[in-house]
Ligand binder design. Sequence first.
Ligand code: URA
Length: 245
Amino acid sequence: MNTLIRLQKYLASAGLASRRGAEKLIAAGRVKINGATVTKAGTKVNPRRDKVEVDGLPVKPAGEKKYYLLYKPAGFLTTVKDPFGRPTVMDLLPRKIKKGLFPVGRLDKDTTGLLLLTNDGEMAFRLTHPRFEIKKEYLVLVRGVPTADDLQKISRGILLEDGKTAPAKAKIVTVQQGKASLLLTLHEGKKRQIKRMCSALGYPALSLKRVSLAFLTLQGLQPAAYRVLTTAEIRKLSFLAGLKE
Ligand code: URA
């Protein structure tokens, strides 16, 4: 946060009030910048250098939000900390960047592929909640070759013990030696959903990889490598998740 931002935005993003509410606080003379009372809402502040106070109490700037895309390899748990000390996805990130980060959603220990990590709880919630319809694509290798009828069942929804799955897209990508590779597109993420859907139809999953989330893919990354999301990607993701910039 090097740039100057409007005082009401600073107060709102610090969680103090809505922007309208912040404007009222400013107009009421309750806000000081570097010890001087400010009553003009458009006043700019430098979140790094300026000392902002409301009613005499300091207002800390909102923490910087961070977003990383990791190519999860098999063998790592999707959790911040495992009580049994098993390897987690956090072990794949250097100490200096992982503070405060957590994985967005969950991939099983043996599942590979695209995993986001962030410290932005609102974004994480929206990217995983089915209401926001963020699409996730998976390649799953199954034993057996699903019939057109079975693929239809996936697209209509399958009854699992915790309810019916939402409509999903399913298509066969390749067939080899009695195994089929399927591309599945889902908007929800029940626990072990794909494995359970495939098993329910009689095609056990042999391997599973998440290949995309919204417009993000694994392009350019090797397993266990990660990268920072670009500003343009964060903006686009915020927009898709219904969060305004
Ligand atoms: N569905 C599964 O069964 N496992 C995963 O890791 C992700 C989706």
